[in-house]
Design a protein around this ligand. Sequence first.
Ligand code: FES
Length: 184
Amino acid sequence: MTASQHSQETTEAEGTNVSTGPRRTFFIWMIRVIPTLMGFTLLIPLLGYVSSPALRRRVDVWSPIGKVADLPTREPQELEYASTVKDGWRTTSAKKAVWVVKQGDGAITVFSPLCPHLGCGYRWDAPAKQFQCPCHGSVFDVTGKVLAGPAPRPLDVLPTKVEDGQLLVMYKDFKSGLDHAVEL
Ligand code: FES
């Protein structure tokens, strides 16, 4: 009997065969690995189903805020509306207010309601024809340009579009204190 025959020792006792050596090790390995692979095969699509919406970036939604025909020219209007945001599985609705200006050429600009300095709410001073921030005294003209104060950039402009005479806006938040707009 050779050495390899010894390593592949088979005991024939009471009518049963018991394999030892490399073949036995291989079977034990298969018994352990196959259920693990099957588990992973089932787990991957399940994880994808559960986690993909949560990993998806927040989706901003267009919201109607008023009729274009109702907007006066170069007289900023503060319009309130319900903004909808889809964040993974969650859909939330929050009350927002934005400043809407129909410029002299008919173009419409919608400003974020937050001062780009440190995020305070500002107001339109009609007699002075300026946006004024009460927190640190920043002043902006009707186009959003900085006239005075510590604001490092003009008022932030929100995306807009017009459909069937309705003005739609997509609300966004921006980092304050920077000299250029960076969306959060
Ligand atoms: Fe508006 Fe500072 S937050 S000037």
